[in-house]
Design a protein around this ligand. Sequence first.
Ligand code: PBG
Length: 325
Amino acid sequence: MAFPLNRYRRLRLSESLRAMVRETTLDPADFIAPMFVVPGEGVRQPIPSMPGIDRVSPDLAAEDASELAARGVLSVILFGIPDHKDAVGSPSADLTGPVCRAVETIKAASPATVVMTDVCLCEYTDHGHCGVIVDQSVDNDATLPILAAEALAHARAGADVVAPSDMMDGRVRAIRDVLDASGYRNVPILSYAAKYASGFYGPFREAAESTPAFGDRRAYQMDPANVREAVKEILSDVEEGADMVMVKPALSYLDVVRAAKEVTNVPLATYNVSGEYAMVKAAAERGWIDGKRVTLEILTSMKRAGADLILTYHAKEAAEWLQGR
Ligand code: PBG
């Protein structure tokens, strides 16, 4: 098998040869586009640290989802920014809140779009933590029924998939039970199963106004140093009824994506998070990297590592680049 008998460069000689032996391909249908929705009408507010991404009201969210669908991006995930917050995150289950409203407008304007909703309390609590606070820390079990009520509200509004991102233990089961008991047996759960306490969420927290008012999330999100623990999280979420699982962030966690792929057959997603997006945009803006080339290389690496789906702020531009090729 050695040189000069083997010359690997033979199969790299033309684009047609390279395309023929390519192991990993990207498709716009692999992407899930995150959207930030605010109350009101006709509202579009750019997010400074995430060029190209805006906070939008439900009417404009529907327009954006239709444009994404026209480019082959068939799925969006909604994050809500409510106009009021409280200690237990009650606006999270508001059927008239921005997420539920946007589910309705998007399904009406673009029925082919798979509308997912992020299920978490950090955008809805006045302290910014992902659950309710008892004795200065987030109480796991007291948070579960609130998350389940939020997921149920999203399902009632017509969400196609609910995606819990809070990292409470047992939330997948709690949500599954409530959905099943309320006639939503067919609404799948995409679990943020292995979600790390990461510095890469900075721009998101600015966009969603969800920075914790005290402390940090290390007592519920995972330690970036661990991979075996991620496998444990993934397996137990699948056992609790998760239809799909996620590893988040993506770029610094591709080994975790690979480990997850090896232990489960459910569809695997990874979240190319806000800080990963912001770094690429900032460097490209300065002319230090070729933004298009680096973005497609990053997205390809996520699929190569084993992701079936990628949540990414690059969804729209990447779909355009892929179609233009
Ligand atoms: C929590 C949530 C976060 C993100 C998605 N869901 C932030 C956090 O845990 O602080 C981050 C996404 C990103 O950075 O793009 N609801």
